[in-house]
Design a binder for this molecule. Structure first.
Ligand code: SF4
Length: 335
């Protein structure tokens, strides 16, 4: 979908979990690209497969029941899904790094901040111990942590949530990755700290020139940060377009419903718009037809019969809905 040559190409990705002996797909037939330096926001409600998709890219799925079942994850043309553990360890933290939702659980509580930061640089550089410690301190300064020469000797529980997230960002950019995956990086933080962290991520992303895949359910964050937006519903991409078209010319009924549910200053309604129902659980995913059918205000009888395919409605704008499927006899010009 991206017009530039892709840094990351996710192609027909299927990621599943074995539950009671049966494979259930949390990510089904997901395809999208991220170009160098581009910020792509992945949007959708909880349970839409956003995090599972990012864990698939990082090869961090739970080993006991999760696996990539089908598809490719091409990073600079190399399929990550086919790499050995050692090959993936060389890429993870160096070329691609990740910031998680909850920094308290992502940091090791029994190791100092310095030890954890040094480890990233020890794994990916040949610098001396002293050089590595100096670099760790300077990275903490870069993410706005004062007293960084003292903070390196402290433990995660001694820091505030915002400071812990800054440490996670410092670790993620330590090796100047080409791709940063940020999974709801501000969800666990206070609103004022959220704004500071997003500003910091944007500043660093521009300074380092890295691409970013930002997972969020906050459309305000999307408007602020995205170049392009991939909307996911129930494990599938339902719309993929640039940020302006997403807000001004949304096509998919789910995208429209998400946008309608944003409260607006000028509105005086007593009740907010909501999307009726919930995302189907893994075990209750419709086996055929559109996965949004039970909640879609535009649903037609054939929506339960035909599996809608993701197709371009115009250059750089793809939608998964039979209302826009030119190969389908029931296609309508516009809704
Ligand atoms: Fe709605 Fe049908 Fe389109 Fe699904 S395929 S989003 S149910 S109109």
């Amino acid at each position: 979908m991206s017009s530039q040559e892709a840094l990351l190409e996710v192609q027909n990705l299927h990621t599943g979990f074995t539950i009671d002996g049966e494979m259930h797909h949390a990510v089904k037939d997901v395809s999208f690209d991220v170009a160098p330096g581009e910020v792509v926001c992945i949007v959708g409600e909880s349970g839409c497969g956003k995090s599972v998709m990012s864990l698939s890219i990082m090869d961090l799925l739970p080993r006991h029941n999760g696996k990539i079942d089908k598809g490719q994850i091409l990073f600079k043309g190399r399929d990550l899904a086919s790499l050995t553990e050692d090959e993936m360890n060389n890429i993870r933290g160096k070329d691609i790094s990740m910031i998680f939702q909850e920094p308290m659980t992502a940091l090791n509580p029994v190791l100092t901040i310095g030890t954890q930061m040094d480890e990233v640089l020890i794994n990916h550089t040949n610098n001396s111990k002293e050089e590595i410690r100096r670099k760790s301190i300077s990275l903490l300064k870069q993410v706005g942590i004062s007293r960084s020469d003292q903070i390196v000797n402290e433990y995660p529980h001694q820091l505030s949530g915002g400071m812990r997230q800054r440490v996670m960002i410092a670790m993620a950019i330590a090796c100047q990755p080409q791709l940063l995956i940020a999974d709801e990086p501000t969800t666990a933080l206070d609103v004022t700290v959220q704004a500071q962290i997003l500003e910091l991520i944007t500043k660093i992303q521009e300074e380092v020139g890295m691409a970013m895949m930002l997972i969020t359910h906050d459309l305000g964050v999307v408007a602020e940060m995205a170049d392009r937006v991939v909307v996911m519903y129930a494990g599938q991409v339902v719309e993929d377009t640039d940020v302006d078209r997403l807000f001004y010319e949304p096509k998919h009924p789910y995208t429209k419903a998400l946008l309608d549910s944003i409260p607006r200053m000028e509105e005086t309604r007593e009740e907010l718009n909501t999307i009726k129902g919930i995302v189907p659980s893994l075990k209750n995913m419709p086996q055929r037809g559109c996965r949004f059918v039970d909640r879609c205000p535009a649903a037609m009888p054939e929506c339960s019969e035909v599996d809608p395919q993701l197709g371009e409605v115009e250059k750089g704008h793809a939608v998964r809905c039979i209302l826009y499927d030119t190969s389908h006899p029931e296609k309508r010009a516009e809704v």
